[in-house]
Design a protein. Structure first.
Length: 255
């Protein structure tokens, strides 16, 4: 019968087309490789922590720098290789948060607590305060504004630790500075995301490039750098933290 044959013929005609549209094993493997690449950041965090335990601080920051490079690359790679569609079983967002917590928070918190640059009694307390408030911050669904600024201090404790080692301001001032950043985690301020914020993006990217070069140089020199290098690094850091609040005070419209 014609009517009985038509459905079979239509299915048989559609099958090759459907099969040809299925992703290849190679593309699935490449997509999963991006997840492995992201997870490699956790291994880098462990190496950085081992260096911190040995008080090889420059080496620790070097490995944390490698983790930053991975963090900068894995997102564009995931979008290019369509990882969400090809590997839906694994959440790249969750994986990224886990690795970021280790590299941005946990390892730096250990360094801040153990470096003996804070008041002796304050080190462990500051370390606990960092990891607890940062865990809450990472779980905050409103950590970013609509214009891609961070709400509050964005748990950039790798940067905070870097500036602590760079400036070594003395135990009292160092302790107060770290405590202030903990409080600012949930303060009603907006902090610049130098890559995603549209306003002054070209200028922001140029500043971050300069910061990266100076940071690499500083770590390579084991923090024995000139006053001018320290001043430039501090100026860029202050700009990132306070640019948005200052512009709001001046009445500059956000972009």
């Amino acid at each position: 019968m014609q009517t009985a044959g038509n459905p079979v013929n239509s299915v048989s005609c559609m099958t090759p087309a459907d099969t040809s549209q299925q992703p290849s094993n190679a593309s699935r493997a490449a997509a999963f490789g991006v997840h492995v690449f992201t997870a490699l950041g956790a291994g880098i965090a462990l190496i950085a922590l081992l260096e911190a335990v040995r008080e090889h601080w420059a080496a620790m920051f070097g490995w944390l720098g490698v983790a930053l490079i991975i963090d900068a690359i894995d997102g564009p790679l995931a979008r290019r290789l369509n990882v969400v569609a090809l590997q839906p079983r694994w959440s790249g967002e969750t994986l990224d948060l886990v690795v970021d917590f280790l590299t941005y928070v946990f390892v730096p918190a250990y360094a801040i607590a153990a470096c003996r640059l804070l008041l002796p009694i304050a080190g462990p307390l500051i370390g606990v305060g960092i990891v607890v408030t940062s865990a809450l911050y990472f779980a905050d669904k409103r950590m970013k504004t609509d214009d891609n600024h961070f709400r509050g201090f964005p748990a950039l404790w790798n940067a905070a630790a870097f500036y602590l080692f760079l400036l070594q301001p003395g135990p009292w001032l160092a302790t107060l500075a770290m405590a202030a950043l903990i409080v600012l985690t949930f303060a009603p301020i907006h902090v610049l995301h130098p890559v995603r914020v549209v306003r002054f993006r070209a200028f922001n990217l140029a500043l971050i490039a300069i910061w990266a070069v100076l940071t690499i140089f500083t770590v390579a020199m084991d923090f024995n750098v000139s006053v001018s290098v320290r001043a430039a690094l501090c100026a860029i850091g202050l700009y990132v933290i306070f640019a948005d609040p200052v512009l709001r005070l001046l009445g500059v419209a956000k972009a």
